[in-house]
Design a protein around this ligand. Structure first.
Ligand code: PHE
Length: 457
């Protein structure tokens, strides 16, 4: 038997959970990944698919994950084991824990760049006006320096470890409450700057005028993966965070808020990046370096640019931190609940694994040639991790979770978990239909499609 230990940590309030879960969801996925994946996949038509997936698949899976977590009050492995003992469902939890370590490893590389760019901005690298070509050079030099890339990876994973060692309510909640609203305000200010640049209109068109002929092959799978990644779904992060939420809260409302905030931030990030990008005449399909090239060029030539630039990269570092905390927390909760490790040793151990696994990703932007373009695949190591784990592993996870909740654990169990304390299960019928039919069938169909067309990325 697994029990929740009596001293199991908890969020101090509903708003505490919403903020922490929003902190997990909002991060590089919104501001770094969303614009570059949108850029590579043709713009507005991709955005339409992304929003559809947030509504039809992301939100119902969010409700499902939080319900599983709150019911079991355990990490993902323990939660599946408790709800479905003597079955293989706990493997879904393992997939989640493994995916968590993998995502943490490469995500921290990008988060390290973000922190590095904060330092660069403060130290005046972008103080005089630079062209986008010069910005590309600064970026390339920065990310291809192996020592620097590994150093910033180390610093960032170290920060994450320190917070997770402190425990959920004291560590995570406090940060998110103050910093997320500031990040949002700053994003809005910068977006106003971006949309008023000369030549911004072309960017708005790319972002808002769907051209559905641009949807082919893997576009659909990428949009679904982006929706799941951005909402922190498919690997048990929301199961874990849900395990700390109070039984009194209406978890449907909490889930809806998290999905709403997260999607808003991604959409605003698009309004920030694309107008500026087109104003500079850059290629929207430029890949993972997109925001790191576009934004400094914009900061360099705006009033108080150094101030806004430093603020932006610092807050983005914090947003990334509240996401990596949740990634590490999943694996730590597993070690603490299932293996009875101390929180601190579990955090150190898992963080070290992620650091080692992150090294090849850190070296895959010019640091080491074959890692930058893996022979036979043509992608860099980080790109490969991002697609296989950030896209496909989460998609498989979301598929399995929807089948688990829709058929194994069952709709009635979810209903009593949600309604137990007199809460209303809003949209119950729609949710039931989505989780049992739309989620599994749509995900399955997408997999069949990409396998048949052999168009994986
Ligand atoms: N959702 C986070 C982001 O958008 C990344 C993440 C994915 C975090 C999966 C936890 C689990 O940045």
């Amino acid at each position: 038997m697994h029990h929740a230990s009596p001293e199991r940590d908890a969020w101090s309030s509903r708003i505490g959970f919403v903020l922490a879960a929003a902190g997990s969801a909002i991060g590089l996925g919104n501001i770094w990944r969303f614009p570059y994946v949108t850029g590579q996949n043709g713009g507005a038509a991709f955005v339409v698919l992304y929003i559809a997936f947030v509504l039809l698949i992301g939100t119902p899976v969010m409700v499902a994950e939080i319900a599983v977590g709150r019911h079991a009050r355990l990490n993902p492995v323990g939660a599946f084991r408790k709800i479905a003992p003597k079955s293989l469902w706990y493997m879904v939890g393992f997939l989640g824990v493994a995916t968590g370590i993998g995502i943490l490893s490469y995500y921290s590389v990008i988060a390290g760049w973000t922190f590095g760019y904060f330092i660069k901005t403060v130290s005046g690298t972008f103080s005089s006006s630079i062209t986008s070509d010069q910005s590309v050079i600064v970026f390339t030099n920065f990310v291809s320096n192996p020592i620097q890339a590994i150093f910033f990876l180390f610093v960032f994973i170290g920060l994450t470890t320190l917070v997770v060692m402190g425990g959920v309510s004291s560590g995570i909640e406090r940060w998110v409450k103050i910093l997320m609203p500031i990040l949002f305000a700053l994003l809005l200010i910068l977006t106003i700057r971006s949309v008023t640049l000369n030549g911004a209109v072309k960017g708005l068109e790319f972002y808002l005028k769907p051209d559905f002929t641009k949807i082919h092959g893997s576009t659909v799978a990428m949009a679904l993966g982006q929706a799941l990644f951005s909402l922190s779904l498919g690997m048990g992060a929301m199961i874990t965070y849900g395990s700390y939420i109070s039984k009194q809260d209406n978890l449907v409302i909490s889930a809806a808020w998290v999905c709403f905030f997260d999607t808003m931030i991604a959409i605003v990030a698009g309004f920030l990046i694309f107008p500026a990008l087109f104003a500079m005449g850059l290629d929207p399909a430029g890949g993972p370096g997109l925001v790191f090239v576009v934004l400094p060029t914009m900061f360099a030539d705006m009033p108080l640019g150094a101030f806004f630039g430093a603020g932006f990269f610092l807050l983005l570092t914090v947003a990334a931190l509240t996401s990596t905390i949740s990634l590490l927390e999943v694996t730590v909760a597993y070690m603490v609940d299932e293996k009875k490790w101390h929180r601190k040793s579990a955090a150190l151990f898992m963080a070290s694994l992620a650091f080692i696994l992150g090294i090849p990703s850190a070296l895959s932007f010019g640091g080491v040639d074959w890692l930058s373009k893996i022979p036979g695949i043509g992608l860099g190591f980080l790109d490969l991790m991002n697609i296989s784990l950030g896209n496909y592993s989460l998609t498989i996870g979301a598929f399995l979770i929807s089948v688990f909740v829709g058929y194994k654990w069952g709709i009635h169990a979810v209903r009593s978990e949600i309604e137990e304390y007199g809460n209303i299960f809003f949209f119950r019928k729609i949710w039931t239909f989505l989780i049992r039919f739309i989620c599994p069938v749509a995900i399955f169909a997408i997999f069949v499609y990409i396998v048949v067309t052999k168009n994986y990325f």
